[in-house]
Design a protein around this ligand. Structure first.
Ligand code: GLU
Length: 475
């Protein structure tokens, strides 16, 4: 394939020089019309892992030829999403719109090779024909009267360029995920490759760019499988070797419908905002469609070692928030105190001062045990902020009222503790219990509510008292 490469303009040419000897080159090719969708993120991840596993290159191509729908904020949102997920691409990003001269050049080449033709049928004529056939209940398959006409014949219409799709035989794709898929050539119409304003269609641009970027494997959503047949027709017409295809099933919601906003967040950045860790989302997205025995926890190193398109399932996967939460909990637990403080900081109501920070750092090791997202972690750590308070739940308020007298006594006792150490607090509270013929469980829950404004805060009661410190406890 590399031997077939011919010089082409702009960035693409440099990319080829740099990656000339690489065996595997894949790309993620989003159209910048919105945020990075969770499905797109998984496609990017699979491409990334495939490149890593095979010591290849992972390229990024922004497919911004549709000027009306492509926006700068969307390009930023996509790169921001990829950055956050840690899917770093190799080399410079390629912007498809910069390659339009090259796309036109190939359309002209196909005309020269008699593999394409100028078609002067207007949009109105096409609509009329469609209506005519549809009224008769027939499937409309356009057969251009211009396919076999001499190109020197002209019309006042500006022509489009249409590919001459093969009239007989079959187009066969050996998809690495879907297996062998074939379609009769007659089902592929003479689709447009260059519009009458000389802009390329997606079908042409994607093939030319993939060829020029020396892409060896195209891994993408299976909603593109039908496009693959048309794209193969262009490769064949140019005499280019077609990359391998791997069309991966789409992501569905719990109800089996295509994942959309009503199932929950669809944009990667929303997951960041909800307090998911990128490594947890990577692990989850990998497991969503890919399996390696029963292995659930697959960290980056393992993923890069075991990833194989052969282990991507053929059937659609359903997004399961409970599984994602479990993985997030796992990766939160793996982090040390300092990393977690840093991550939780994004979610704190305010920047903690030094004293608050030090209390939070002491509490993190037990608080992290029960949190499955960073927002939750931050909430559970904020109880160690100065003057923390929040509205009590009714049950908690009732318990506190019931035990008000005991709590007052405890506070008095704690006031007398000079050496504020965990041991001393344990000893003091145990003595208090013994002297009053009580058990810790008789006042622990109420004391917890009094100190943390919640009966559900994390950690043993001795730890909570100790970490809060004398000043906060007495307050
Ligand atoms: N730009 C296309 C999309 O965002 C992807 C094209 C491709 O991967 O071939 O759906």
């Amino acid at each position: 394939m590399l031997g077939q490469f011919r010089n082409s303009p702009c960035i693409v040419k440099e990319a080829n020089l740099i990656f000339h000897n690489m065996s595997v080159i894949v790309r993620f090719a989003p159209s910048p019309t919105g945020d990075l969708h969770i499905g797109g993120a998984r496609t990017a991840l699979f491409n990334y892992l495939f490149a890593k596993k095979n010591n290849g290159k992972f390229l990024l191509r922004i497919e911004d030829t549709d000027k009306k729908r492509s926006t700068k904020p969307a390009i930023e949102a996509i790169t921001q999403g990829l950055d956050w997920l840690g899917l770093k691409h190799d080399g410079e990003a390629v912007f498809q719109s910069q390659n339009s001269a090259r796309h036109e050049e190939i359309a002209n080449k196909l005309l020269e090779l008699d593999k394409a033709y100028l078609c002067y049928t207007s949009a109105e004529e096409l609509a009329e024909m469609r209506e005519f056939h549809e009224k008769k209940g027939e499937v409309f398959r356009f057969q251009s009267p211009w396919r076999n006409k001499d190109n020197s014949q002209t019309s006042t219409q500006k022509p489009v360029v249409r590919i001459k799709s093969p009239l007989s035989g079959e187009i066969v794709i050996n998809d690495l995920v879907q297996g062998e898929v074939r379609v009769k050539s007659e089902e592929i119409d003479d689709f447009v490759i260059l519009r009458n304003d000389k802009t390329p269609t997606y079908m042409l641009a994607v093939v030319v760019d993939d060829f020029d970027m020396n892409i060896t494997h195209i891994i993408r959503g299976d909603d593109h499988l039908t496009n693959a047949f048309r794209q193969k027709a262009i490769y064949d017409a140019m005499g280019w070797k077609c990359p391998e295809f791997a069309h991966i099933p789409l992501i569905y919601g719990a109800d089996g419908a295509k994942m959309s906003k009503r199932h929950g967040a669809t944009s990667v950045i929303e997951y960041q905002k909800m307090g998911y860790l990128p490594e947890a989302l990577r692990n989850y997205l990998l497991r969503l469609g890919f399996s390696f025995g029963d292995l659930e926890i697959i960290d980056d190193a393992k993923a890069q070692e075991i990833f194989d398109v052969k282990n991507i399932g053929k059937s659609p996967s359903r997004f399961d928030f409970a599984k994602l939460n479990n993985l997030n909990k796992h990766y939160i637990k793996e982090k040390n105190e300092v990393e977690l403080l840093d991550l939780a900081s994004e979610f704190f109501v305010k920047k903690p001062n030094e004293a608050e920070k030090s209390r939070v750092l002491q509490a993190i090791h037990f608080v992290k045990e029960r949190c499955d997202n960073l927002e939750n972690l931050a909430k559970n750590l904020e109880i160690y902020f100065d003057n923390f308070s929040q509205k009590l739940e009714e049950n908690d308020q009732n318990l506190l009222n019931e035990k008000a007298e005991i709590i007052k006594k405890i506070i008095k006792v704690l006031e007398g503790v000079d050496d504020w150490s965990l041991e001393k607090i344990k000893e003091t509270l145990n003595n208090f219990a013994n002297e009053n013929n009580l058990k810790i469980k008789d006042f622990g829950p109420a004391l917890r509510i009094a100190l943390t404004f919640s009966g559900k805060s994390a950690g043993g009661i001795f730890d909570v008292v100790f970490i809060l410190g004398k000043k906060e406890v007495l307050k």
